[in-house]
Design a protein around this ligand. Structure first.
Ligand code: GLC
Length: 535
């Protein structure tokens, strides 16, 4: 590979949700030794880096996104020694390891918050966001939690409210106090010194709030479903001052060799692009681009999205794409099982770093959660919209084989979330033995991506085609030219691409039909088929 490019540009990031990957000690919850035991599998996917959702000590009110100690490992997942071994083994396999950093809020059990809430004049009082009640005794303003209800909780002991945009056990840090940033940068160094290759930074675009604490205005476009969407988040998200913070975090990464950060940011292109920073003051290496998760799954809409995003990435920025994560309904549920291969072909042939969510490579779908097993706070707090906002369905155990508990945990153990009911047929073992499975397709696709510089560092250009429901684009590097043709519907489509070239060689089909020569004047795509062609 061209040495001017970094691993986080040419490689694929694979997200592991540690609770659900592999349980090694029979408690029904995944752990670090479990992940270590599956590294050969991860390597077989031809990915370059693993991102682990939080593994720090935590009371688990938000499943680890409520951190009680930034510099240790939750006993559920193992020990620091287990972590060091996992990191060493990951590196030995030629893979990188990215940790989740959660700087916006801590757990209410973090020693900083315990001090902060102890009295109004505690030196750590100002590390969090405390406000007096409104004149009627209610919350200081109308800000809302993403997980239902107000973003403020009253603390009777000191007579003030503290801010939390997630559960009330996740008080938000006050980055207007420089000591807070200094402390968080030290937490980063703790892991960088140990050798981690970077961070996925949680809700990075929320880290600064309006210093005047103004009410947020109503959202005129609200569809009446999720109360959090009823306001326009002008004063709790995407404040201009956040960029200074991110640049400070970037400077710490740049003290080390070849580390990176990818920031969680849900914003339109124009705003998202600002999170690269400038060449003089760089910020995120990759600001997560989640647009494929929300776009209507139609060829024309996806083309428009890709072209618009491509146009928005600044010259010093590197694009990236995501199809799923632990907060979003599973890909196979969103686009349907028939389109899951097309979607993966898209993700892995666009220009930019792809992030894949564990299990999507075997086509895992959302798992219905029985009411007594629902655990995710937005679902627990808002039962009437639990089916929309609940995230348990996309966090279920990885399906390794047809044995009880799908090989995730020993037989007889109650797993923390239920295993999908189709695990006996949809699992790694069955699909590895089937040369036509989605897993075999995924491996062929990622192998091809790794072997073709056009797919990683090549230029992108979309093509006008007369057929509906088809998205065609070219990736080009030097003399190497590849066409990707994706059929977004369950009906055959015929294309005339003779303006590009006369003949082409199919090098990969979503149906794994093997290489063949085709005439581009009448290129046939089967229902739900995607092709990669060499011209
Ligand atoms: C991010 C995480 C999500 C978590 C929230 C609060 O959005 O991805 O899982 O609940 O931040 O930390």
């Amino acid at each position: 590979m061209d040495s001017r490019f970094h691993w986080w540009q040419t490689g694929i990031i694979y997200q592991i949700y540690p609770r659900s990957f592999q349980d090694s000690n029979g408690d029904g919850i995944g752990d670090l030794p479990g992940i270590e035991s599956r590294l050969d599998y991860v390597r077989s996917l031809n990915v370059s880096a693993i991102w682990l959702s939080p593994i720090y000590p935590s009371p688990m009110h938000d499943f680890g996104y409520d951190v009680a100690d930034y510099c240790n490992i939750h006993p559920l997942f193992g020990t620091l020694a287990d972590f060091d071994r996992l990191l060493a083994e990951t590196h030995r396999c030629g893979l990188k390891l990215i940790l989740d950093l959660v700087p916006n809020h801590t757990s209410d059990e973090h020693p900083w918050f315990i001090e902060s809430r102890s009295s109004r004049d505690n030196p750590k009082r100002d590390w969090y966001i405390w406000r007096d009640p409104a004149p009627d005794g209610g919350p200081p303003n109308n800000w809302l939690s993403y997980f239902g209800g107000p973003a403020w909780t009253f603390d009777p002991h000191t007579g003030q409210y503290y801010l939390h945009q997630f559960v009330k056990q996740q008080p938000e840090l006050n980055y207007r106090n420089p000591a807070v940033l200094t402390a968080m940068l030290d937490n980063m160094r703790f892991w960088l010194d140990r050798g981690v290759d970077g961070f996925r930074v949680d809700v990075i675009w929320l880290m600064m709030k309006d210093p005047l604490f103004r009410d947020e205005p109503p959202n005129p476009a609200w569809n009446g479903i999720n109360p959090h969407d009823s306001l326009l988040h002008l004063y709790t998200a995407n404040l201009p001052e956040v960029h200074d913070l991110i640049h400070a975090m970037r400077r710490v990464l740049d003290e080390y060799d070849d580390r990176m950060m990818v920031g969680e940011i849900y914003l339109p292109n124009e705003e998202l692009a600002k999170y690269y920073g400038t060449p003089e003051a760089p910020e995120c290496h990759l600001p997560f681009n989640f647009h494929l998760i929300h776009v209507p799954w139609k060829a024309a809409a996806v083309r428009q999205l890709v072209d618009d995003y491509e146009a928005s990435v600044p010259p010093h920025g590197w694009p990236n794409w995501v199809l799923g994560n632990h907060d979003q309904h599973r890909l196979a549920t969103r686009v349907g099982a028939d389109q899951a291969r097309v979607a993966n072909m898209l993700l892995l042939t666009l220009r930019g770093t792809p992030t894949c969510y564990y299990g999507d490579e075997i086509g895992m779908h959302d798992v219905p959660i029985p009411p007594d097993m629902v655990q995710d706070p937005p679902a627990v707090n808002q039962p009437e919209i639990a089916h929309i906002v609940g995230r348990d369905p996309e966090r279920t155990p990885m399906q390794w084989d047809a044995s009880p508990n799908a090989g995730f945990a020993p037989a007889g153990v109650r797993t923390w979330l239920p295993v999908a009911d189709d695990y006996a047929v949809r699992n790694v073992a069955v699909q590895s033995a089937d040369p036509t499975s989605i897993l075999s397709f995924f491996r062929a696709l990622t192998a091809l991506r790794g072997a073709e510089p056009a797919l990683t560092i090549g230029a992108y250009r979309s093509l006008d085609v007369a057929a509906d429901d088809v998205f065609v684009y070219e990736r080009r590097h030097g003399d190497s030219r590849l066409l990707i043709a994706l059929n977004f519907v369950g009906a055959a489509r015929r294309l005339d691409l003779s303006a590009v070239a006369r003949q082409a060689q199919v090098i990969l089909s979503t149906e794994l039909t093997g290489p063949r020569q085709v005439t581009l004047a009448d290129l046939d795509l089967r229902p739900n088929e995607g092709l990669i062609l060499r011209i």
